[in-house]
Design a protein around this ligand. Structure first.
Ligand code: PMP
Length: 393
């Protein structure tokens, strides 16, 4: 049986982590893998998560199955987190998934049942796992222009023009906030015309919301999704708790669907659960129960928000500090865009050879496309990092 197989290519980002681990230089910097780190370089368990886990440990009396859609309290809390406390949820469906990746794949499989001949359009560039997930669900993929490496901003006009190539019924994958890998995002004013184009051309919005709370704030980062929801007839959102609750390995996220009416979303929801039933039957419970515990308790929720805000502000300060350090070291404003980017990543616009030089000569590890994880930078190493970048230009 297995002799018919050839080895799958190694995951580029995870291979980088191995190289980093084996690098003996004490000055090395891991700016590759996409996890939040504090100023000590640690990915800590958030206080509210610890407390919620303690409460669960003390109160849980059974590990029997929860249900096909997971924890319904969690699902409702996710809907409110994404759409707001006062949102009308009558045309919404949510189910708990194994991380944001689980949500993305479940939505892709659902959409493949609904419209197998559609193409999924993705930003150029996009998160490395988007294309494989879409292909695994059987979709054709295409790209729309997104990032302008010269200015480090989104080329919104080119994006709109590019999306005009899509045919009616196609699917458009959008990053709800904190674009990965570029860090460049549409302004809320630029989202309006995108929504209008989707409606005009009958394109289906599929939003990946993996970093709510990492950009401009919890509410602000949901603004694009909420704007879309106020305009388009139907949409799907894949959300993740990996980053904003720092529960990466415990795997929790959610599929969210908005239908044209309550009846249509009920049918789509039932097909979603039929999809997960044959994949893994039911989602893991632990982190979802912790997240639900936090979101349903005023004090825990406030503490979670406050710790998340500390993380967000740290990334913003590092962005400002790094842009200033690059200005000092290069005597140019070329990298000012880093301060305007949001989320954990910025695409620096370096060649693969330059990224290799950063690693080989300076022990600075970026992903090959020159994606830098700002959260991995230490406050007292900003000038070292800027000097190294300027040296390899
Ligand atoms: N979407 C994007 C854009 C991401 O960057 C990530 C995490 N790297 C995910 C989805 C999914 O993350 P997870 O499955 O760990 O929740």
């Amino acid at each position: 049986m297995f002799e018919t197989l050839t080895a799958a290519p190694p995951d580029k980002i995870l291979s980088l982590s191995v190289l980093y681990k084996n690098d003996a230089r004490p000055t090395k910097m891991d700016l590759g893998v996409g996890v939040y780190k504090d100023s000590q370089g640690a990915t800590v368990i958030m206080r509210a998560v610890r407390e919620a886990e303690k409460r669960l440990y003390e109160s849980q009396t059974t590990k029997t199955y929860v249900g096909m859609a997971g924890d319904e309290g969690f699902n409702k809390a996710m809907l409110k987190l994404v759409f707001g406390e006062e949102a009308d949820l009558s045309r919404m469906f949510a189910c708990q998934t194994a991380g944001g990746s689980g949500a993305l794949r479940t939505i892709a499989d659902l959409l493949a049942k609904a419209r197998p001949d559609a193409t999924i359009w993705m930003s150029d560039p996009t998160w490395a796992n988007h294309v494989p997930i879409a292909k695994a669900a059987g979709f054709k993929t295409a790209t729309y222009p997104y990032f302008d490496p010269e200015s480090g901003t989104v080329n919104a006009e080119a994006m709109l023009q590019g999306l005009k190539q899509a045919k009616a019924g196609d699917i458009v994958l959008l990053h709800g906030c904190c674009h990965n890998p570029t860090g460049a995002n549409l302004t809320i004013d630029q989202w309006g015309p995108v929504a209008d184009l989707l409606i005009e051309r009958n394109l289906f919005p599929f939003v990946d919301l993996a970093y709510q709370g990492f950009g401009d704030g919890l509410e602000e980062d949901a603004a694009a999704v909420r704007l879309l929801a106020s305009k388009v007839p139907e949409m799907a959102v894949a959300t993740s708790c990996s980053k904003n609750f720092s529960v990466y390995r415990d795997r929790v996220g959610a599929v969210i669907l908005m239908g044209k009416n309550a009846e249509s979303v009920k049918i789509a929801g039932s097909q979603t659960l039929a999809t997960t039933r044959v994949l893994y039957s039911m989602p893991p419970d632990h982190a979802a129960a912790a997240v639900r515990t936090i979101l349903e308790d005023d004090a825990l929720r406030a503490d979670w928000k406050s710790e998340l805000e500390t993380m967000r502000l740290r990334m913003l300060n590092l962005r400002k500090g790094f842009a200033e350090a690059l200005r000092r070291q290069s005597n140019s404003s070329r990298f000012d865009f880093i301060a305007d980017h949001r989320g954990m990543f910025s695409l620096l616009g370096l060649t693969e050879a330059q990224v290799d030089r950063l690693r080989n000569e300076f022990g600075i590890y970026l992903v090959g496309d020159s994606r830098l994880n700002v959260a991995g930078v230490k406050e007292d190493r900003l000038d070292d990092l800027a000097k190294a970048v300027v040296a390899i230009l």
